[in-house]
Design a protein around this ligand. Structure first.
Ligand code: 6MZ
Length: 336
């Protein structure tokens, strides 16, 4: 199963840039005073939400220049490509660096995407990775910052095919979606796709507000009430599941205890399997696929179908490109 999951082309739809950076690179860049111990704990058992957010704070305290951001972004693309990811929607929260404002930060990530694609072309990569970017709104920041991020995303989506959507993420114990709806409505009116972290912790009122907005996709959607789940079954919104992340942040003994994985799979509900933060959770897209296959006893055909499934709800705007990627997925699955 491990070899099959590695061989299949994969679409990774839920990956936060700074959660996927190579931690040894971050540790080597860390200035004095930044505690890098939490970055290098090799088998960190504690990946509760609090511990994850301590890691993000240490990474953000280290990645403070465009040069560091560029290096880390290129490494993240290389790592996903090496794992056989053929289509990647990476997401990141624009923020000011020592030598750039939030717009400069995103411009640097987009330059890294373009340079990475040029290098793939020059190397005639057999399985090139198509990178796309989703801008994230941090729920612990202000509504004004959210509106600035939404406007930046809309402007860039008009200028480049790389920018495809707007995400709502950040520490789920802070902020409420209702405070940020305006920014998301603005983005939607301008034609941008939206994905919202939902029910990562118990908060039925926040989940109701998100479901009322009906984003194009939901992240996690773990602690749904029976009524919310029934509502989604009646009118599905694709869900981005991140098995290892979900297991760790919910403190589950194993994946068979996952609150929705098995039932969504059995219903043929539109889902994608993602890493969330590949290095924070010490995983890869292939490994997440394998863990699901093993926990749910999937056949080789079912795993290939699961790897292809996210291609039905990608934010890519070029329909022809999506079709040619799907054809490529099917060809590779037949050979795997
Ligand atoms: C919610 C998360 C997250 O944006 O600086 N992030 N938000 N739940 C999660 N589950 C574990 N994992 C990552 O990448 C890091 C940021 O992504 C969000 C947090 O806001 C985190 O600070 P960027 O590239």
């Amino acid at each position: 199963m491990a070899a099959l999951c590695r061989a299949l082309p994969k679409a990774e739809l839920h990956a936060h840039l700074h959660g996927c950076v190579r931690l040894p690179t971050v540790a080597s860049l860390a200035p004095r005073g930044v505690d890098v111990r939490c970055l290098l704990a090799p088998h960190a058992a504690d990946r509760s939400l609090a511990s994850c957010f301590a890691v993000f704070a240490a990474i953000h305290a280290t990645v403070t220049t465009l040069a560091a951001l560029r290096r880390l972004a290129l490494e993240v693309l290389e790592d996903f490509a090496a794992d056989g990811v053929a289509y990647l929607e990476l997401r990141s929260t624009p923020r000011a660096l020592q030598d750039a404002d939030a717009a400069g930060y995103i411009a640097c990530v987009l330059r890294a995407f373009a340079d990475f694609e040029a290098a793939q072309l020059a190397a005639r990569a057999r399985l090139p990775l198509t990178p796309r970017l989703i801008l994230s709104v941090d729920r612990s920041a202000s509504a004004r910052e959210a509106e600035e991020t939404a406007r930046l995303a809309v402007r860039l989506a008009g200028e480049t095919a790389y920018v495809v959507g707007l995400d709502f993420s950040g520490n789920p114990t802070r902020g409420r979606f209702a405070e940020f709806t305006r920014a998301f409505e603005e983005a939607r009116r301008a034609g941008l796709r939206t994905t919202v972290h939902t029910a990562e912790v118990e908060d039925a009122a926040d989940t109701d507000a998100i479901l009322a907005f009906r984003p194009d996709r939901l992240g996690h959607a773990l602690t749904l009430t029976p009524t919310q789940l029934a509502r989604l079954r009646a009118a599905p919104i694709p869900i981005e599941l991140c098995p290892t992340s979900n297991k760790k942040t919910l403190g589950l003994a194993n994946l068979t205890c996952h609150p929705t994985l098995r039932t969504l799979l059995e219903d043929d509900y539109p889902i994608s399997i993602s890493t969330d933060d590949s290095t924070v959770f010490q995983t890869t897209s292939s490994r997440e696929l394998q863990l699901v296959a093993e926990a749910c006893g999937l056949s080789a055909e079912a795993v290939a179908a699961l790897a292809l499934k996210p291609m039905d709800h990608v934010f890519e705007r070029d329909a022809q490109r999506v079709e040619s990627l799907k054809a490529h997925f099917r060809r590779a699955a037949a050979e795997a």
